[in-house]
Design a binder for this molecule. Structure first.
Ligand code: F6R
Length: 260
């Protein structure tokens, strides 16, 4: 796990975009894993800017969303399929047919989850997965207690997550209770994961998953077992880390040729 502490969202967005740009240059048909929520927005803004100003090309790329609410009607503005389209994929030249989301409206949800796993596998797996982290340590919607080996499946949201996400809806009563999410095992198969966390409200969560034990009670802690996990955080989110100075020292002295 590499922990990089940066001054703010702009620098985080730029560094994550550097990794995605380098990936697309060496593998134009790369498979990207996309998260929704607030954390990845600076990355999507920066990628859209590089596409518009520098012609960064997504025409052969593929993308898989991490998760989706169950039961929101197709086209609902807060369905993650719509959010990903609005916040990112409509702003670059990725082929809409190459952008995949779990189907939260499927009549047979278990079959749809299996099909989602198959489609990720058929494209050779995710090259770079963008992640945020919930205040309870979830990644995707793998709430506390999720199996560390889980695959795409239906999950029930914890009340704290519904409260956290109520800001996107008219009222908390409109936040669905159920979601479909890639599992922790699915996320662990990505070749590189880049998790973004900002703000003081994430400080304890970051401490728990970076420096606490690997345990299902804090799903993101499974990333300690990943071979290439990069954690991009701002000073506020880093404020409870025991080894913050060591992470800063390591990054400041990183060889120039070595990217994240
Ligand atoms: C969203 C997702 C969630 C969010 C997490 C943090 O697709 O998978 O795990 O990343 O809830 O959300 P923000 O970034 O809004 O704090």
């Amino acid at each position: 796990m590499e922990v990089v502490i940066l001054p703010g969202s702009k620098q985080i967005g730029a560094l994550a975009a550097d990794a995605i740009e380098a990936l697309l240059r060496r593998k134009p048909n790369a498979v990207l894993g996309l998260a929704t929520g607030s954390s990845p927005l600076p990355v999507y803004d920066e990628l859209a800017r590089r596409h518009q100003e520098k012609g960064l090309d997504f025409s052969q790329a593929h993308a898989f969303a991490l998760d989706e609410y169950v039961g929101l009607e197709p086209g609902h503005p807060e369905s993650y399929r719509e959010v990903i389209r609005r916040e990112f994929t409509d702003r670059v030249n990725i082929d809409p047919a190459n952008v995949h989301s779990p189907d939260g409206t499927a009549a047979d949800l278990p079959a749809a989850c299996e099909a989602y796993e198959d489609s990720i596998r058929a494209l050779g797996g995710v090259d770079l997965q963008i992640l945020g982290v919930g205040t309870d340590g979830h990644i995707g919607f793998n709430e506390p207690g999720s199996s560390l080996a889980s695959r795409t499946r239906i999950k029930t949201l914890i009340e704290q997550t519904r409260k956290d996400n109520a800001r996107f809806f008219k009222s908390i009563d409109d936040v669905p209770h159920h979601v479909v999410t890639q599992g922790l095992g699915t996320i662990m198969d990505a070749r590189h994961v880049v998790l973004i966390a900002t703000g003081a409200q994430k400080a304890q969560t970051v401490r728990d998953f970076v420096e606490g034990p690997v345990a299902a009670i804090c799903a993101a802690s499974v990333l300690q077992m990943h071979q290439h996990a990069t954690i991009l955080i701002d000073e506020a989110a880093a404020s409870s880390l025991k080894l913050a100075d060591y992470y800063r020292h390591t990054y400041d002295n990183k060889p120039k040729w070595q990217s994240i």
